[in-house]
Design a protein around this ligand. Structure first.
Ligand SMILES: N[C@@H](CCC(=O)N[C@@H](CS)C(=O)NCC(=O)O)C(=O)O
Length: 226
């Protein structure tokens, strides 16, 4: 029986971050899928906020994808996913934070305002600005790539990838675009697609499209800006 139990939901990008992280670090884990549309009682008892991902390790639980990933990085130092030196370590954390504090709220608005074309014009512009900032202040200042922090993959890359995987849907459904000059970002996407951690957690675009298109019919499981 693996030490780590991960509670997950197939379509959840946050849970995907943690799955990718454990695959990158070669941490043995068991996966329990939770039906978020019909939460079982055992889940309500286990999870303080009812949200995936959540891990159980040595009978203790940790939740919030970013906190889980940092916990696992501390608990399992092999195959390091944060730089050892304090300054680049802090910079990696800046880009981890940028994803949740700046990019995801912009993507959340794109989904929330999907029936308001006037707001969508502004939302598309904001997303392009957030991606440009990541390109110019992040990728280009942190090194020569291919990863956000340079030559080595870090937790920063894993923070973004599940959402970038879904980006073709944001483009197709709501017109979001990656700016032309984001060449580091584009190369990074191709690099990340080749990682085993991505290949073994990726869902097809049809899968994502079907879920997003259902948003107007059913209440979605909340998964942005939480
Ligand atoms: N900030 C959280 C967000 C997790 C999240 O929103 N998970 C969604 C699924 S993608 C969820 O569990 N929703 C169920 C609910 O809100 O009841 C994290 O990073 O772990």
């Amino acid at each position: 029986m693996p030490d780590i139990e991960l509670f997950s939901f197939e379509a959840c990008p946050y849970a995907q971050r943690t799955r990718m992280m454990m695959i990158e670090k070669e941490i043995d884990f068991s996966l329990t899928e939770v039906d978020l549309y019909n939460k079982p009682d055992w889940w309500k008892e286990l999870s303080p906020h009812g949200k995936v991902p959540l891990i159980r390790h040595n009978s203790e639980i940790v939740y919030e994808s970013r906190i889980i990933n940092e916990y696992l990085e501390d608990a399992f130092p092999a195959h390091a996913l944060l730089p050892a030196d304090p300054m680049p370590r802090a910079k990696a954390r800046i880009w981890i934070d940028y994803c949740d504090s700046y990019l995801l709220p912009a993507l959340h608005n794109l989904i929330a305002d999907r029936n308001d074309e006037e707001k969508q014009i502004e939302n598309r512009k904001t997303i392009a600005e957030k991606l440009s900032f990541l390109e110019h202040e992040g990728f280009r200042k942190m090194g020569d790539g291919p990863f956000i922090m340079g030559e080595k993959i870090t937790l920063a890359d894993l923070q973004y990838m599940p959402f970038i995987e879904r980006f073709p849907c944001y483009k197709e459904l709501w017109g979001a675009k990656i700016p032309e000059d984001c060449i580091f970002l584009r190369r990074w996407i191709e690099t990340m697609k080749e990682r085993e951690s991505h290949k073994s957690t990726v869902n097809t675009l049809d899968f994502h499209m079907e879920r997003y298109q259902r948003y107007d019919q059913t209440k979605p499981v909340s998964h942005a800006q939480n």
